[in-house]
Write a protein that binds this ligand. Structure first.
Ligand code: 5GP
Ligand code: ZN
Length: 143
C-alpha cells in the first residue's frame, strides 16, 4: 500500500486525528501553510473527486461546516479557505482525495494566483453547453 493517507487511516503512521467515523477522517496537516491547517479525507481511496460516488462525496463534504467552525474558533482566524486539488497540474501532491481547511488572518503570507480573464457572453454560452453535455445533464433543464 503506497498511499500515505491510506497508511495514516490504517494507523500505520501516527496522525493528529480530529475526527473519524466509518467513512471520513480529519487530521492536522503535517506541513501546514497556516497554524491550524486541517485535512479532511474519505477513508476509501479515491484519487480525485470526480472518481468518488456522489453519496460518499456528500458524507465527506457534510463535515466541512463543523471543521471550518472548529478551525476558525480554535485559531481565531478571520476567515478560512477550503481548497480541494485534483491532479498534479492543479497542485495535488497526494493522490488521495482531500480537502484543505486553512485558517486566514489579515496580513498573512498566503496568496492564491487568480488571474481573472475577460470572456464574452457567447463564449460562456458555448462553455456552459459543453460542460452540461459532458455531465450528461439534459440541457432543456436549463442547468
Ligand atoms: P496536496 O498538495 O496534495 O493538495 O496536499 C497534500 C497535503 O498533505 C500537504 O499539505 C501535505 O503537507 C500533507 N501531507 C503529506 N504527507 C502527510 C503526512 O504524512 N501526514 C500529514 N498529516 N499530512 C501530510
Ligand atoms: Zn489512499
Amino acid at each position: 500500500m503506497s498511499c500515505v493517507f491510506c497508511q495514516l487511516i490504517a494507523g500505520d503512521f501516527p496522525a493528529h486525528v480530529i475526527y473519524e467515523d466509518e467513512t471520513v477522517f480529519a487530521f492536522m496537516d503535517i506541513n501546514p501553510v497556516a497554524m491550524g491547517h486541517v485535512l479532511l479525507v474519505p477513508k476509501t481511496h479515491y484519487e480525485t473527486l470526480d472518481q468518488m460516488p456522489a453519496d460518499e462525496s456528500g458524507r465527506l463534504a457534510r463535515m466541512l461546516p463543523a471543521l471550518v467552525r472548529g478551525v476558525k474558533n480554535a485559531t481565531e482566524a478571520e476567515g478560512v479557505n477550503v481548497l480541494q486539488n485534483n491532479g498534479a497540474v492543479a497542485g495535488q501532491q497526494v493522490g488521495h482525495v482531500h480537502y484543505h481547511i486553512i485558517p486566514r488572518v489579515k496580513g498573512d503570507d498566503l496568496k492564491w494566483n487568480w488571474p481573472a480573464k475577460k470572456v464574452s457572453p457567447d463564449e460562456l454560452t458555448e462553455l456552459r453547453a459543453r460542460v452540461a453535455v459532458a455531465m450528461n445533464i439534459d440541457e432543456r433543464k436549463g442547468l
